[in-house]
Write a new protein. Structure first.
Length: 290
């Protein structure tokens, strides 16, 4: 396993400054976002130069960002025009990843988030499989895979049903993303969920959260699967058992720090604290390659 940092933590910084800070902290790999290609004046050559200057490589490209939220909501949505637009966005993300010598795109099992509860899950499932089928030729051509994350408000929120859906596709280009911050909202015990998803697991996010029982929102709104993305040790996630299980199931991919609750407050400190934690956990459970 190797550590990485999701750059959404530094979304309020100019990219050049952010990359320099990340490398100074000690990360060697980062997750970038495909919204970069839609920013005015974007230059791929300059991005590559900045990455090279900072000594950083890209481990993944995400289609989900705090800067441009909900850009991929209709990948499994019933509005055909929006679904096609989301498919086009996913293809673009795959091409962007390949241009950065990266072979993974990360995203969520988003459907029609604006109308959660109003769209039949079977409809979303059918739209999702149709979208995956349309994206697959681009994935094969570029040599890029996708990692899908079940997330609160997605058309599938629980881990095992998401695993079943992704496994049913039967392609090495489609995998499952485990997020430690969702440990208490995925419908089961984290260790068992990781074991169940082991054969399709191809990416891991690391940040902490408190158990929902310790938060006020679920008491007021039991339907809201609230969670946080704080630095490891601040919440209730049992990282020791999760890293032990990742090692047991043979996971050898990236564990990507994602403590973006600190986007507005001390992102450098959050990134540094999480890096120290990851170094310790990887050394203990799997050997570390930064």
């Amino acid at each position: 396993m190797r550590s990485a940092l999701s750059m959404n933590l530094f979304v309020r910084y100019p990219l050049e400054e952010a990359l320099e800070k990340v490398r100074a902290i000690g990360y060697g790999y980062v997750e970038l976002f495909d919204y970069l290609t839609r920013e005015e004046g974007f230059e791929l050559k300059r991005l590559k130069s900045l990455l090279s200057r900072a000594g950083l490589r890209v481990c993944s490209v995400s289609t989900v960002s705090v800067k441009l939220p909900l850009i991929n909501d209709y990948f499994a949505g019933p509005d055909e025009d929006r679904r096609k637009a989301a498919v086009g966005n996913m293809k673009g993300a795959a091409r962007f990843a390949r241009q950065l010598d990266c072979d993974l795109v990360t995203t969520e099992l988003t459907g029609n988030v604006a109308n959660v509860g109003q769209v039949d899950q079977q409809v979303s499932r059918s739209c999702f499989l149709k979208s995956v089928d349309e994206v697959m030729p681009t994935l094969e051509k570029e040599g890029v895979s996708i990692s899908f994350e079940p997330h609160p408000a997605d058309f599938i929120e629980d881990s095992n049903p998401a695993t079943d859906l992704l496994r049913s596709i039967g392609s090495r280009r489609v995998g499952y993303l485990w997020c430690a911050s969702h440990s208490f909202v995925l419908g089961g015990e984290p260790v068992e969920l990781i074991r169940y998803a082991a054969d399709v697991l191809n990416f891991v996010y690391i940040s902490d959260t408190h158990d929902r029982k310790r938060m006020m929102a679920p008491t007021l709104r039991p339907d809201v699967r609230v969670h946080e993305h704080v630095t490891p040790g601040e919440g209730n996630v049992d990282f020791g058992s999760q890293f032990k299980t990742l090692k047991e199931v043979g996971y050898e991919g990236f564990v990507c720090a994602q403590p973006f609750s600190y986007t507005d407050d001390a992102p450098e400190e959050a990134a540094a604290e999480t890096k120290k934690f990851l170094d310790k956990m990887l050394a203990r459970h799997a050997g570390v390659r930064s």
